[in-house]
Every structure is written in structure tokens, then in C-alpha cells.
Design a protein around this ligand. Structure first.
Ligand SMILES: *Cc1c(COP(=O)(O)O)cnc(C)c1O
Length: 501
């Protein structure tokens, strides 16, 4: 399998190169030249198979420059730190036993080391990178530099910790992340990790990191130290490809629960921000997974709902901070890959991206819009509707969901009402409810104002009669390893110092 850029004709490259480079020289994203087909008899074999087996089978046709042994080892290592052997279990909610419609499978994608679905990508990417470095003959160490507003930082730290030939350094805004998020990062172990708080807000952190990436002098000094900077950005192909796996495995699990028959078409609902997770579902559909509609669920920053409805992507709008912070995004980077695959034309994508850059918006033509209409349905949930979904699902099924997952549930409900399409659906559940205890408790009618986050966590355990994931509940007893705080002027020197260690 070869990879090309979404923005112009380039000499196709193999997957190891695409993973190391991250982004194409023309600013485009790397995409596979074709969609490998997974036949129904192959999907049948996934029923009852371990997650790692499904992962190997899905990754192989995309990573044809990796040996089966290398892919096998990456998969074994990546899913080692999940808290259940099933890796991505499927909860099943059946509203009416006598009426075989309306069932919802909940793909619990939060049993990884940081209790959110980004672990699937960020546990795998470092392994793939490590093998890719060997393949491309790169002798330098890769230093991953991350600016985080909370969640991505920890997932990246956990993924890169102790991975050979890599180092990882994370900057976060001092006082700008939750207590749990901070503790998750500053207690990170590993001989190649560093975490620094920056006096400033998230914008300062992001600007500082961007500056370092663009600084030729720093790159020169790092090169002398045998280090090359890279990012764990969500547009890296190595982050996207592992996410395709759980759509196949969840479908197979739905079959094994007897809620659907092999070959039945289902709907898939994904709470969306950067459009990565739902794009992975689109790949699964293109590869042959029986999917009717992909339902794109947004929060009050519903730029994607508007795009799918009107054909205009317009980021000139107000930005809202919501109880689903991981979806508070106005630039859905991975949408570019969808535009490429459905328009089949890099020149068109190049034009859209230029317009987006110059004016903050672009409009797709009627024929492209028609194609997207066939595949996608899009809607959003307000803050109140998100809370309503948490309360409703808990009331009806005694099943606790987080705020992001609640957005998906609310939109699924809206879709079913609007279309009468009651077929079984799978909801991507992207975070543990214990990751956002305050907002979840609020939704259940508890007043949590002024209550410490760990107390909230215990309260939620009591109310829901469930245990929080250990990686969260044991945090307040863990040793703090990273206490460094710096000003933005000091960022380059911190990076150079860590690189030289
Ligand atoms: C990142 C994230 C999302 C959004 O996923 P995208 O791939 O960016 O669309 C949704 N929910 C949670 C909990 C997340 O961390």
C-alpha cells in the first residue's frame, strides 16, 4: 500500500515514511491510494476473536512494508495496558426485549491507560514509529513535543513512555487544567518523559510550541545532538489507522450478542471534534463493514453539522466552551481526508484549504454534497440536551455515560425520531464517565460546586454503584515526578536541555 498527499500529486510513499513524516511537504495529509477490502467471511472470523487478532488483520493491508511479525508485536505491546482483556467491550442496551429494533451497542473505548479513546491511537503510534524509524534508517532520536489543554498530553505521555529511540516533552498551562488532568501528567513515569507547566494560558503554550517547531536555529542545535522534532498530531496516519479496528471488532461483538446477524447494516454514531474518530468509521465502511449511515454528532460548536447540512464549512463563528471540552474545536483537520476520497481530486482539496486559510470558509459543489448526504447524517446537542441524555440513559438502563458519549446518544435519538430508521446502532463511547465527574454528577441532579474532584469521583462511584478506573482513583496517592514551571521565554532552553539528557 502506498500513500499520497490530499493536496497535490506527489511520488507515492510507503507507510513507514508517511508515519515518520506526519504531514506532506505541500501541507496535505497522507492517505492510502486505495481501500483494502475485508470480505464478509473475514468479518465472520472476527466474531469471538481476540481484539489483537482483529487489529492485526486490519493493519496488515495498510502497512504492507511492515512484516506480520512487526505488526503482531506492535499490537501486543499497544494493548498491554488496557484494564480488560476484551480491550474494547461492547455494552448493549435493549429498550424492549419483545421488539427487536432500537438496540444500541455501546463501544466502550475507554479501558486504556488514560480512560479515553485516544489511547487506541496513542498507544499504537509510538510502536509503529519505533519500527518505522528502523525501516527508514533514521538514526536520530525523535523528540515528540506536545502542547496540551489536558487530555492529549497524558495519552501521548502514556504511549511514548520508554519507547526506544523516542523522547516526549509535554507543556501545559499552569493552573489551566483540572486537578485530575494535572496529576495524570505530573505522575508519569518513564526514562524518556518530561512535563513542564507554563505560566500562561493554553494559547501561550500552543504558540510557544509552534514557534519551536518553526525555529531553524533550534532544529540545527537539536540535529547536532542527534535529535529530530516531531508531533503526535491527530492527523498522523499512524494515529488514524488503529482506530479503524474497533469498528470491525464492535460489529463482530454485536453479531456475537445475537442482536444483529452477520451482514446486517447498522448505523454508527460518533461524537466528533477533529473528525478523526468518525473518519476511521468511514474507512471501515469503505473497506466493507456493513454500515448504513455514519452519524456525526457535535456539541454547541456545530461547525460540522452546518457543513453537512449546507455544504459550507465556515469557521467565522463564536467559539463555545462546553462540558464536552474534547469536542470544542473549529478546525476539523481530518475532514480534509474525506474531501479527498469523495472528490477524488487533490486540486479541489487544495482549493478548499486555500480558501479556508484566506477567508475562513469554503463551499463544496452539489455533486460532492450529494455523495456526502448518502453516507452521513449530522446533528448536535446543546449543553442541556447533553445533560438530559446522561440522566435519561442512567434512568432507563442504569448505565452511566460521560458527556461526550451523551452527545452521541442524544443525536442518535434525534436521528431515529427524524428518520424512523430504528435499526441497531453502535455508539462510540469515547471517555469514562469518571473522567468528567463534575459534569456527570451535575447532569444527574447533584450540586457539586466547591467539592474537590476526588470527592466528586467517590460520590459518582457511590451513586452509580460502579468503580472508577484505577488509573484515576489511585492518582491522589501517586508520587509527583514533574514539578518544573517556566515562562514562555524559557521554553526553547527547556527543550534543548531535555534533548541533550
Ligand atoms: C478527542 C475526543 C473526541 C473527538 O474525537 P475526534 O477524533 O477529534 O473527532 C471525542 N470525545 C473524547 C472524549 C475525546 O477525547
Amino acid at each position: 500500500m502506498k500513500y499520497v498527499s490530499t493536496r497535490s500529486k506527489i511520488e507515492p510513499i510507503n507507510s513507514a515514511e508517511a508515519i515518520i513524516r506526519g504531514i506532506a511537504d505541500d501541507g496535505g495529509l497522507f492517505v492510502p491510494e486505495s481501500f483494502p477490502k475485508i470480505e464478509m467471511n473475514e468479518i465472520e472470523k472476527f466474531v469471538g476473536a481476540p481484539y489483537v487478532t482483529v487489529a492485526e488483520k486490519i493493519l496488515q493491508p495498510f502497512l504492507t512494508d511492515f512484516t506480520e511479525g512487526e505488526i503482531g508485536e506492535c499490537c501486543e505491546l499497544a494493548y498491554n495496558y488496557f484494564d480488560l482483556p476484551s480491550i474494547a467491550p461492547l455494552g448493549v442496551l435493549v429498550p424492549d426485549e419483545k421488539n427487536p429494533t432500537n438496540q444500541t451497542g455501546v463501544a466502550e473505548l475507554w479501558h486504556g491507560p488514560t480512560s479515553a479513546f485516544k489511547d487506541f491511537a496513542l498507544q499504537m503510534l509510538p510502536r509503529l514509529m519505533s519500527v518505522a524509524l528502523k525501516k527508514t534508517g533514521e538514526k536520530r532520536k525523535i523528540l515528540i513535543l506536545v502542547a496540551t489543554s489536558g487530555d492529549t498530553g497524558k495519552a501521548a505521555l502514556a504511549g511514548f513512555a520508554d519507547v526506544p529511540q523516542t523522547k516526549i516533552m509535554v507543556f501545559y498551562p499552569d493552573g489551566g487544567v483540572s486537578k485530575i488532568q494535572r496529576l495524570q501528567m505530573v505522575t508519569q513515569t518513564g526514562n524518556n518523559v518530561n512535563v513542564v507547566a507554563l505560566r500562561g494560558n493554553f494559547d501561550d503554550v500552543q504558540t510557544g510550541v509552534k514557534k519551536i517547531f518553526g525555529d531553524k536555529e533550534i532544529a540545527g542545535q537539536l540535529d547536532k545532538a542527534g535529535v529530530k522534532l516531531s508531533s503526535a498530531n491527530s492527523i498522523n496516519w499512524g494515529r488514524l489507522v488503529p482506530q479503524i479496528v474497533y469498528y470491525f471488532s464492535s460489529y463482530a461483538r454485536f453479531v456475537s450478542t445475537k442482536q444483529i446477524k452477520l451482514g446486517d447494516k447498522i448505523n454508527i454514531v460518533v461524537p466528533t471534534g477533529n473528525f478523526g474518530n468518525i473518519l476511521a468509521a468511514y474507512y471501515a465502511k469503505r473497506m466493507g463493514l456493513p454500515v448504513n449511515k455514519l452519524i456525526c454528532a457535535s456539541n454547541e460548536n456545530h461547525i460540522l453539522t452546518d457543513f453537512f447540512r449546507t455544504g459550507v464549512y465556515d469557521r467565522n463563528r463564536k467559539f463555545y466552551k462546553t462540558i464536552t471540552p474534547s469536542m470544542d474545536i473549529l478546525i476539523s483537520g481530518n475532514l480534509e481526508r474525506l474531501l479527498y476520497h469523495e472528490s477524488g481530486n487533490a486540486k479541489t482539496v487544495q482549493k478548499f484549504m486555500q480558501e479556508l486559510n484566506d477567508t475562513g470558509k469554503y463551499k463544496i459543489d452539489k455533486s460532492l454534497k450529494k455523495k456526502l448526504d448518502k453516507i452521513f447524517y449530522a446533528d448536535y446537542a446543546t449543553e442541556a440536551e447533553t445533560s438530559e441524555a446522561i440522566k435519561g440513559i442512567f434512568g432507563q438502563f442504569k448505565y452511566l455515560i460521560d458527556t461526550h458519549t451523551a452527545v452521541a446518544f442524544y443525536v442518535l435519538n434525534k436521528y431515529r425520531k427524524a428518520t424512523d430508521d430504528m435499526r441497531p446502532a453502535i455508539v462510540a463511547s469515547t471517555a469514562s464517565p469518571f473522567k468528567f465527574p463534575g459534569a456527570v454528577l451535575n447532569s444527574l441532579g447533584q450540586n457539586v460546586e466547591g467539592i474537590d474532584e476526588f470527592k466528586q469521583l467517590r460520590l459518582l462511584e457511590t451513586i452509580s454503584n460502579r468503580n472508577a478506573p484505577r488509573n484515576l482513583s489511585s492518582l491522589d496517592a501517586m508520587k509527583i515526578l514533574h514539578e518544573d514551571v517556566c515562562d514562555k521565554e524559557e521554553m526553547p532552553e527547556r527543550v534543548l536541555k531535555f534533548a541533550a539528557e
